[in-house]
Design a protein around this ligand. Sequence first.
Ligand code: CA
Length: 227
Amino acid sequence: MRVLVIEDEKKVARALQQGLQGEHYEVEVAETGEDGFFSALSRSFDVIILDVMLPGRSGLEILKTLRRQGHRTPVLVLTAKDAIEDRVVGLDSGADDYLVKPFAFAELLARVRALIRRGRSIEPVRLRVADLEIDLVTRKAVRAGEPIDLTAREFDLLEYLLRHGEEIVSREMLARDVWKEPSRGTPLDNVIDVHIARLRKKVDTEGRAKLIHTVRGVGFLVKLGEA
Ligand code: CA
């Protein structure tokens, strides 16, 4: 597996190179955006790790150009702490995932593996609606940057709702796909409603726009605005 690291901070670049080589990845380091851009175009990589803050052309400019040219290698963007804007712009510019500096090497490794496993554009590693985002690698949810503490079932439920975009999800679908009880020998409607209520309490806290909607007699959906 070949990884291209585009990072101007020598210390970070070296740590990444050594760490990844220790995991048997072949690593090439580019210290400027230009060098990284040419490496990405001239050789093939399984993953590109791209720092946003680079001298000269920024990481996001490089990413946009690569994507415009049809370059599909998965890209993990490294952003500065608190630069929420960079993360959103990064994902919109064609990044597949991001990691906030400083990060633990183990997390970087998990993300690199997930990107290689999923391949580009097959499976997202994060799902987002408005300011709510869930991470399918770490199974963590955040809203407006604040972590939300979810049980495994609540996470599955939220993931299912987000995967359906603005499509209404029925209780039957949830029973079958989230609770894995297609036969409905025991009616799950109450159980599902209780879980939705708990999820809503955690996600749509006071002062935040309502995202989890109930459509009477039909089911549920997640969206910003009226259901
Ligand atoms: Ca940098």
